[in-house]
Design a protein. Structure first.
Length: 178
């Protein structure tokens, strides 16, 4: 495991760190935005999210922190919990600033995992009870086989991303690339 994108579930990052100590943890930016806007007034939401966009789309972590400071000047008094959340989670929100934009695109969100979970829920939702655990496991296995058939497309810019991964994680990736 090189980089894991996680949602805001408490304790998840610590569990990953204990099981995979060399793994980088990136908190999902989209989950952070949703959490930040939960208490924002409807009339402020567009301006608020436009300010957030400047933070997570910044070219470097330093620029992102400067944008966060500017954002706090504008919104800090009105929505202090949102700013506090960004500051408290910054170490894991800013992981992706270490990497080039092609690599950032695949680690900033947990959407792919959520899509997979949605497919599994779709299969299990129609059944309220399974005769036993084995039946549930078989159903989930078959659903996974159906879903993974659609995963045949290569990731956009995959050769470039793979070469970047070998640069950042040389000792852990090079054996698989050669």
């Amino acid at each position: 495991m090189l980089i894991i994108s996680v949602d805001g579930l408490k304790g998840f990052s610590q569990a990953i760190e204990s099981a995979y100590p060399k793994t980088e943890v990136q908190k999902c930016i989209l989950h952070q935005i949703r959490n930040s806007t939960r208490y924002v007034s409807y009339k402020d939401i567009k301006a608020f999210t436009a300010g957030l966009k400047k933070i997570y789309r910044a070219a470097t972590e330093e620029k992102a922190l400067a944008e966060l400071d500017s954002f706090e000047e504008v919104w800090g008094s009105k929505y202090p919990l949102s700013i506090k959340s960004w500051r408290a989670n910054w170490a894991e929100l800013a992981t992706y600033f270490k990497y080039p934009s092609e690599l950032r695109k695949i680690i900033y969100t947990t959407n792919s995992a959520e899509s997979y979970h949605r497919q599994l829920r779709k299969v299990t939702k129609s059944k309220s009870i399974f005769p036993n655990d084995r039946a549930l496991i078989k159903m989930l296995y078959l659903a996974t086989m159906d879903v993974t058939d659609k995963w045949s497309m290569r990731l956009r810019d995959w050769p470039l991303i793979l070469s970047q991964l070998t640069v950042y994680f040389e000792e852990r990736v090079s054996d698989y690339v050669i």
